[in-house]
Design a protein around this ligand. Structure first.
Ligand code: SF4
Ligand code: SF4
Length: 84
């Protein structure tokens, strides 16, 4: 069921369509449609998209009591994968 854990993800109205989530996902599981992310059901549930969205726009019914966190010495530019 792991690949389908992304069904729990949704975005709130803070999403700007910046595309950071599409570039940070290590398995290219997110695409933008009309400037909003859609998850493609090959998720590893690493939570990179959740933790690195600059707007804290990604929500999940599985993460209701989870706050966004990343290591203070790691920048988002360290995490992004190049566009293919
Ligand atoms: S990183 Fe956040 S703000 Fe940017 S497109 Fe993804 S959900 Fe929207
Ligand atoms: S949880 Fe990880 S693998 Fe799943 S969509 Fe987000 S970044 Fe990609």
């Amino acid at each position: 069921m792991l690949p389908y854990m992304d069904r729990s993800f949704y975005t709130n109205d803070k999403c700007t369509g910046c595309g950071t989530c599409t570039r940070i996902c290590p398995v290219k599981n997110i695409k933008l449609v009309n400037e909003q992310p859609e998850w493609l059901h090959k998720c590893e549930f690493c939570l990179a998209c959740f933790h690195w969205c600059p707007q804290e726009a990604i929500q999940s019914s599985e993460l209701e009591n989870t706050i966004q966190y990343h290591h203070p010495d790691v920048k988002v530019s360290d995490m992004l994968t190049p566009d293919l």
